[in-house]
Design a protein around this ligand. Structure first.
Ligand SMILES: Cc1cc2nc3c(=O)[nH]c(=O)nc-3n(C[C@H](O)[C@H](O)[C@H](O)COP(=O)(O)O)c2cc1C
Ligand code: SF4
Length: 463
């Protein structure tokens, strides 16, 4: 295990004034990683990423180097890089901040990924509501074209690489990589049957890699600083730094960068500790779709393998913290309504099961539940988990199952008393600290008239 605690790696430029401007970015090692990647053979870049042990930051933790190596090189079709910037998982807001604060970092990562797999173009699929991140990226892409990092002759190499910013319309399912590809192609965003996998038939039926913003943004750092630098943090199976969104009943909810291997308890302290008078009751380690864990598991190191051994998943790196004053039933009811609403409707277990889970949880939470509802919930979960078309449904079941496993007594109390034993709702009046190192809340600046002129006429929903 390397050093733990707060670190400054992928976020190290966040505090540099004006770094979204290409000149300032270049003064801070900007595009050095892309320059170095250009001198390397594609296979060597892929090998380096493999050796770094970088695991995908979009949820599943699949090794990034391996994913890049799967992209078919011999089909004769164009190859694409797609960046998943949909960031819809509740509790997750790390990608948005990266794009707002240091947009060139993502563009540079897209160039490195493109060089690694011989891609002709990259697409950033951005959640439509991220208006400020969209403006930042659009301006940065324009600058990168003007400086010759993108376009017909990338850094004088004679190689062509284009980059397209595509704004989605804000559906959670469009973060699922194959639904994302359908949406990008102009269809309704619904998951595709796999195989074929995107590595052989992805965007427009061509070989494609789909990676998360943070995974792609890490590539220039790995190329520039090497494997040892990356592995100074974390464990053998989970190396590197991690951007964390920490939310809930802590004093300073916000984005933090930590070394993998830092314990959950340490991370709560980094976020200012629990709100006064509140004790940790449970936490969701990687967003609302990852099974919740009780306070006793707070000393678990935050790595893919340790969190899994503790009974959950690292997910997107979104630590959601809840106290003894919060009703677990109310939390699970809210999560479930989100997944019920976001179900794309393609398959029955998810579409109908989500509706029924929502109905039952609502009646328990509002005082009209029945004891047999608990078995009914479990039965429904058994009929949804592993039986639906994509992982949204498994994610919907996670909070229900895990809360029943750890807090069944609380469900029973709700039903027996006919009201919530808490009567206290979680606090909702906390201002979110935008980023780390003690900075205060900094709302996104309003668009300038010049920026507004660059916005597509339709608000970017179909660009
Ligand atoms: C319902 C659903 C929503 C998802 N949303 C996102 C998302 O917003 N961003 C993301 O990077 N991955 C998301 N994923 C995971 C992607 O399908 C894919 O695994 C990921 O983009 C791969 O990137 P990585 O290898 O860099 O982690 C989602 C998956 C599912 C099932
Ligand atoms: S599991 Fe849900 S979101 Fe996924 S395809 Fe089926 S209905 Fe759609």
């Amino acid at each position: 295990m390397g050093t733990t605690g707060q670190v400054s790696a992928l976020s190290y430029r966040y505090d540099v004034p004006g770094v979204s401007d290409i000149e300032v970015y270049e003064q801070h090692d900007g595009y050095e990683g892309a320059r170095r990647a250009l001198e390397m053979e594609p296979a060597d870049i892929v090998e380096l990423v493999k050796e770094s042990g970088l695991r995908g930051r979009g949820g599943a933790g699949f090794p990034t180097g391996m994913k890049l190596s799967f992209v078919a090189q011999d089909t004769g079709k164009p190859i694409y890089v797609v960046c998943n910037a949909d960031e819809g998982e509740p509790g997750t807001f790390k990608d948005r901040l990266l794009m707002e604060r240091d947009p060139h970092q993502l563009i540079e990562g897209m160039i490195v990924a493109g060089l690694a797999i011989n891609a002709v173009a990259g697409y950033i699929y951005l959640r439509g509501e991220f208006a400020y991140a969209g403006r930042q990226l659009a301006a940065a892409i324009r600058q990168a074209y003007e400086r010759g990092y993108l376009g017909a002759d990338v850094m004088g190499s004679g190689r062509r690489y284009d980059l397209v910013l595509h704004r989605g319309a804000g559906a959670y399912i469009c973060g699922e990589e194959t639904a994302l590809l359908d949406s990008l192609e102009g269809r309704r965003g619904q998951p595709r049957l796999r195989p074929p996998f995107p590595a052989t038939q992805g965007l427009y039926g061509c070989p494609t890699t789909v990676n998360n913003v943070e995974s792609i943004a890490a590539l220039p750092f790995i190329v520039r600083h090497g494997v040892e630098w990356w592995r100074q943090w974390g464990t053998e199976k989970s190396p590197g730094p991690k951007l964390m969104s920490i939310s809930g009943e802590v004093n300073r909810p916000g984005n933090y960068e930590v070394a993998l291997g830092t314990t959950v308890r340490e991370m709560i302290e980094i976020a200012g500790g629990m709100l006064e008078g509140r004790e940790l009751k449970f936490f969701c380690p990687g967003g609302s779709s990852t099974p919740m864990l009780p306070a006793e598991k707070a000393d678990t190191p935050y790595t893919f393998e340790d969190i899994q051994e503790a009974g959950s998943l690292l997910g997107t790196g979104a630590l959601m913290v809840y106290s003894d004053q919060t009703s677990v039933v109310s939390v699970v009811r809210r999560f479930t309504h989100f997944y019920e609403h976001e179900s794309c409707g393609k398959c029955t277990p998810c579409r109908e099961g989500g509706y029924w889970l929502g109905q039952i949880l609502t009646r328990i939470d509002t005082g009209t539940g029945r004891m047999e509802d608990l078995e009914l919930l479990e039965d429904l979960c058994d009929n949804i988990f592993g039986r639906a078309f994509c992982a949204l449904a498994d994610g919907m079941v996670s909070p229900v199952r895990s809360s029943l496993a750890y807090f069944r007594d609380e469900y029973v109390e709700h039903i027996r008393r006919g009201v919530s034993p808490f009567g206290v709702e979680p606090r909702r009046d906390i201002a979110v600290v935008e980023f780390t190192r003690g900075g205060g809340y900094e709302p996104a600046p309003p668009a300038t008239p010049q920026e507004l002129q660059t916005e597509p006429a339709d608000g970017g929903l179909s660009s």
